[in-house]
Design a binder for this molecule. Structure first.
Ligand code: ADP
Length: 402
């Protein structure tokens, strides 16, 4: 089936038209600066140069309409008419406890995604705008929502509850939800297929290491714990997010700096945008810059890398304990797929689990590869993630009702 995969942000709309059977990408691109001056649409097809069209995009609906015109245009299109597009799959960030899997979108699902806005105020509103834009542009076309949180709905209560008064969970949904679920599920399924183990025996840790990073324990193909929490701020340090800190630090910092007007919004901005490896190094949130700076002797860049590696290794160890064993470890996303030195450094700390890395295999980047030796007690993989394919497959399955 030909599926349009849509990932709508507050001022952007990423799209990919793909064949859900073989994962072939027909065309993809990005509308950016929607509702802001200087908006544009990027559009690319395999074997052709990328088009960049500068035009006014007052809202997501106008952007979607133009994307559809490009996809069906006689000059640069890849399908003849919109009829060739079988269904649309949307990435939706927060599905709360309501969605443990993908679902066909109807008025009730839209209302449920809207009801989840308090849990994800930055992401669910633009996701809804993307859904509405597609409903306007393609009325009657099946549309499917694929949630970042859904894969983690199998976590047991002992893993997802916070030790706060129970009423905050019961009345407001304060609990761990976890994110990057589509990515964790995709790479875990790939690893299980590559390992050739019976599903029930598989105990895998998946490390999605990108601008945002999270680590998940996947036992028998099901998420049983993950480092992100009620929001994507929790867990290991990230590009600009602090990850786990002592919660009492927030009050302490606000009091210590109160004369400077460190209110809760400023605090939130510090923890989300000025912390992580950027905050520690003062250099960059990008790991390529950190490695370059550390190579030149920048100690704070080295410290940021060491802290990240330490926390990733610590999380893997915690999840080996949570699953009472480990037979697979996966690295994915921008950093996980492209940084052999970081993979090696994490694995060096995990020797006690019987992990041995094959230096030659580990030197490869951005491809699906076994990077552990034949003797390693845990099979370690680099697996490029493919959230779009996962979304396309779920969409095709739900749109055909099988
Ligand atoms: P997002 O979470 O925004 O999807 P990505 O998964 O693309 O992010 O990851 C972005 C991170 O990946 C950046 O910090 C960057 O340092 C890292 N990265 C991407 N490509 C490379 C590369 N070739 N070598 C090292 N790091 C890379």
């Amino acid at each position: 089936m030909i599926i349009l995969v849509v990932n709508a942000g507050s001022s952007s709309l990423k799209y990919q038209l793909m064949d859900s059977e073989d994962g072939r990408v027909l065309a993809k691109g990005l509308a950016e600066r929607i509702g802001i001056n200087g908006s544009q649409i990027k559009y690319s097809r395999p074997g052709a140069e990328q088009l960049v069209e500068v035009l006014e995009l007052p809202n997501h609906s106008v952007a979607m309409q133009r994307v559809l015109e490009l996809l069906t245009s006689p000059e640069c299109g890849v399908v003849e008419t919109m009829d060739a597009i079988d269904a649309v799959g949307h990435r939706v960030v927060h599905g709360g406890e309501r969605f443990a899997g993908s679902c066909l979108i109807d008025a009730e699902v839209v209302a449920a995604i809207r009801a989840m806005i308090p849990l994800s105020p930055l992401h669910n509103p633009p996701n809804l705008a993307g859904i509405q834009a597609c409903r306007n542009a393609m009325p009657g076309k099946p549309q499917v929502a694929v949630f970042d949180t859904a894969f983690h709905q199998t976590m047991p209560a002992e893993a997802y509850m916070y030790a706060l008064p129970y009423s905050f969970y019961a009345e407001h949904g304060v609990r761990r939800y976890g994110f990057h679920g589509t990515s964790h599920q995709y790479v875990a399924e790939r690893a299980i297929a590559l390992m050739g183990l019976p599903l029930e025996e598989s105990k895998i840790v998946t490390c999605h290491l990108g601008n945002g990073s999270s680590i998940t324990a996947v036992r028998a193909g099901r998420s049983i714990d993950t480092t992100m929490g009620m929001t994507p701020l929790a867990g290991v340090p990230m590009g600009t997010r602090c990850g786990d800190i002592d919660p009492a630090i927030i009050r302490f910092m606000m009091n210590a700096k109160s004369e400077d007007g460190l209110d809760i919004d400023r605090m939130d901005r510090i923890m989300n945008h000025e912390s992580g490896v950027l905050g520690i190094s003062g250099v960059s949130s990008d790991f390529r810059d950190l490695y370059a700076a550390a190579d030149e002797g920048n100690k704070r860049a080295q410290l940021a890398l060491d802290m990240f590696i330490y926390q990733v290794a610590k999380s893997v160890g915690a999840y080996a304990a949570a699953m009472n064993g480990l037979n697979g470890l996966v690295f994915t996303a921008g950093i996980g797929e492209n940084t052999p030195a970081l993979r090696a450094a994490v694995c060096e700390r995990l020797g006690y689990l019987g992990i041995e890395i094959d230096a030659e295999a580990n030197a490869r980047r951005g491809e699906e590869v076994l990077i552990s030796t034949a003797d390693s007690r845990v099979r370690v993989y680099c697996i490029p993630t493919n959230e779009e394919l996962m979304i396309a497959k779920d969409t095709a399955r739900l749109a055909t009702g099988v």
